[in-house]
Design a protein around this ligand. Sequence first.
Ligand code: PAF
Length: 277
Amino acid sequence: MKIVTKISEIKEIISNFKKNKKEINLIPTMGNIHPGHLSLLSEANKFDGINIVSIFVNPAQFNDVDDFNNYPNTFEVDMELLSKTNCKIIFVPSKEAIYPEGIKSEKTVFKYRGILCDLFRLGHFDGVTTIVKILLDLIQPSKLFFGEKDFQQLKIIEQLIFQNNLKINLIKCPSIRDSNGMSLSSRYSTFSKDEKLKFEKCAKIINSNVLNMKKNFNLNIFQSIEKELRTFGISKIDYIEVRNEEDLNFSIINERSRLFIAFYINKVRVIDNFLLY
Ligand code: PAF
């Protein structure tokens, strides 16, 4: 496993792979590697190609400085975890290498916008599409692995690939869930004991309501989730919505639909989505 930090070095490595007709699988991350990321690598192992993991905490996608500053940095542990996988290259560029002219982002994808997280994290998706496009241009993968936890992100990346006519196969990987039913996330590693307890209670509320909704679709369930979460002291709820997973339009049926939810436990933003069929 090789750790690459320089742009010139990654370019040379990629150019050698291309000369030797090797395919590349890219797994972009912001570090704090957990079983969700490892599942993306396991998925990548099902295909031919060299697995490259990028680790870059992208300042351009944080709309909150505190959130950026508090983002967990677990580099040593990440290396240890990745060294046990079939990851051949870890690309860990610096901010300066990625943004030599200063941090900036551009709005290029307009589809799937103005809804869900885009309403609450202004500029976030512009930061995401900017960094992903930079990584795709540098690493030129034939396959790109994304988890379904950040479902809107996944759809926007799909659109980015489509708009740019890229010959990249986007592999969508199901969320890896904790025993409490919630998708794993790097952000949850910063929970205090109390916050963790609160999270477990919220997980129970959400999952039992999702179960009910699967059996008997009922729009009152939103209110029920919201009311129960608020009772446990969750005061900031960004959204609880059911949307169709193809076009992300509102849905009032189970078929092809997911429940999308985002709320805060103190400063930690919890986002998740649940299949309703
Ligand atoms: O999902 C993430 O971890 C990030 O948004 C990504 C795709 C690595 C871009 O910084």
